[in-house]
Ligand binder design. Structure first.
Ligand code: UN1
Length: 519
């Protein structure tokens, strides 16, 4: 606890009015637990529907002024936020480890992702370009331009408690929008801390001084229960875009409600990502990629490798190697040097993992390591630890459980005869986020990348399914929701396109050569 108070002090959120001593917490609070110990870290006061209403009003007001600030000036402010994240990186990374259970390297990586997207957004602030077209009419000019949307509702999950907000908020900010962030109730402290980093910069800067309202409202935070806050946000017409990360079930609900009001939804939902291993693969690379992809973040990334689809000629040897490597993984305190796998986020995560393993066994699969026995062994430790698990699927079968996303370190191994079978298996699930093939054959790689290849939003050759850079557009197809966040031209989703035609002549010619009255 002393360690936590020091950390909160360094992050300068120790005196935040939202934070409450867990022992004094009432029903108006959510308790943030340390998944490594199962003990409360802190209680955080929940916002209610009327807080949401006031916040949306403040967002709407400040956005009216933020949108007319030149984009490069907005970029300069985002640059300073990126700098502030650089300064706070170690402490924020540690808080991510404490609250979400990620090992230190991954906690730091997450904050680096915030810094990277801030840098990307700074450059973007001078490149929000539209095209110019040639008009079919004489003395006419036609072009398109991009305007801000308004206030973006951003709903994030526990597993990337900082980065996914940053992907949305930094892009949204340079585009002239305000972001209203609703974080997961499992990671409210990271949200308070990240929000504070942005708020302090907004307060100190002298480039944006709105005549009404507070510049800090450009990055707004609402911490509340789903029925009280998220449901209302999703239905609120003042939020033209809802960007939501989470389960397919949650996304389906968000998508339907937002569509009902003809709003925009940017959905980043479940994955069921596979690595295909061909006989000509570099096995050293495969082993490393599988370890990071399947065991990293304790299997709690949406990009986690959940299925390994291996050519029959190399399957047994690879599985044997992996079982050996899994046996050497250090599981424990995420902040301790040498730990490779921290805990699952809560007891529910452990229950879900156990249930998935049991179902797999009922469906004829064989647990090669970890498993229910691993969960039992880990009960010796406090917190929500499990052992990473490899499960071999019987030949020619696709058990139903392997088609679901279980947010835990379970790797299902399939054996196939050729690339056709591998691709059919890989694409034969509802989710379509990330995919990878390991091969030294140009033909296999290109087939995997071709139109009849991987159906996922992300397709990698000789690298794993997780750990994408921010520069590319991030997201997936089918039940993954179709949204694209982060790099490339994802910014367009945060803006509205306007097609403009200017007549600088003395007559009014009509398009399609239509004659209407005189001229
Ligand atoms: C997520 O799990 O919601 O590609 C996002 C990755 C990370 C982002 C994951 N950069 O694994």
């Amino acid at each position: 606890m002393a360690k936590l108070s020091k950390l909160l002090e360094r992050l300068r959120i120790d005196d935040d009015a939202r934070l409450v001593d867990p022992e004094k917490a009432g029903t108006d609070c959510v308790i943030s637990d340390n998944p490594s110990t199962g003990e409360p870290l802190m209680a955080v006061r929940l916002d209610r529907a009327d807080d949401l209403e006031k916040t949306v009003q403040r967002c709407t007001a400040v956005q009216k002024e933020w949108r007319v600030l030149p984009a490069p000036v907005r970029g300069e402010i985002v640059r300073r936020i990126g700098e502030a994240f650089r300064e706070a990186k170690d402490d924020l990374g540690e808080l991510v480890s404490l609250e979400a259970g990620k090992i230190r390297a991954e906690g730091l990586g997450e904050i680096q992702e915030c810094i990277d997207i801030a840098d990307f957004s700074v450059g973007l602030s001078r490149q929000l370009c539209g095209s110019t077209m040639h008009s079919e009419r004489p003395n006419h000019r036609m072009y398109e331009q991009w305007h801000p949307l308004g206030t973006i509702g951003c709903i994030t999950a526990f597993n990337f408690p900082a980065a996914v907000w940053a992907w949305n908020a930094m892009l949204a900010a340079v585009c002239g929008n305000v972001t209203l962030w609703k974080p997961s109730l499992m990671t409210p402290l990271v949200a308070v801390a990240c929000n504070k980093v942005a708020a302090r910069v907004m307060k100190k800067q002298d480039l944006f001084k709105p005549s009404s309202g507070d510049p800090r409202d450009v990055f707004s935070l609402i911490i509340g229960a789903d029925n009280e806050v998220a449901e209302r946000m999703v239905a609120d017409r003042r939020l033209p875009l809802i960007s939501a990360t989470g389960s397919c079930r949650m996304g389906r609900r968000v998508g339907q409600v937002v569509a009902g009001r003809l709003g925009r939804a940017l959905l980043e939902l479940g994955g069921n990502n596979a690595i295909i291993v061909m006989p000509d693969a570099d096995m050293k690379l495969v082993e490393r990629a599988v370890l990071f992809g399947a065991v990293g973040t304790a299997g709690q990334r949406c990009t986690t490798t959940r299925r390994l689809i291996v050519h029959e000629s190399v399957a047994d040897r690879l599985v044997e190697r992996l079982v050996k490597l899994y046996g050497n993984i250090t599981i424990g305190d995420p902040l301790e040097e040498g730990t490779l796998m921290g805990p699952l986020v809560n007891a529910r995560g452990v229950q879900d993992m156990r249930a998935a393993i049991e179902r797999a066994e009922q469906e004829g699969c064989k647990v090669l390591c970890g498993g229910v026995a691993g969960i039992e062994r880990m009960k010796k430790k406090p917190g929500h630890f499990v052992e990473p698990t490899i499960i071999r699927v019987p030949l020619g079968k696709v058990p139903a459980i392997c088609c679901e996303e279980t947010f835990a370190p379970i790797l299902y191994v399939f054996t196939v005869k050729d690339l056709d079978e591998a691709l059919a298996l890989q694409n034969g699930v509802d989710q379509g986020l990330s995919s990878a093939i390991f091969t030294d054959s140009v033909r296999s790689a290109e087939r995997f990348l071709g139109h009849a290849g991987s159906d996922c939003g992300i397709a990698n050759v000789n690298l794993g399914t997780s750990g994408a850079e921010i520069g590319g557009a991030f997201g997936g197809e089918k039940d993954t929701g179709g949204g694209r966040e982060s790099g490339s031209d994802s910014w367009k989703q945060y803006m509205r396109r306007q097609t403009c035609t200017i007549n600088w002549g003395n007559s009014l010619p009509l398009a399609q050569g239509i004659k209407f009255g005189e001229d």
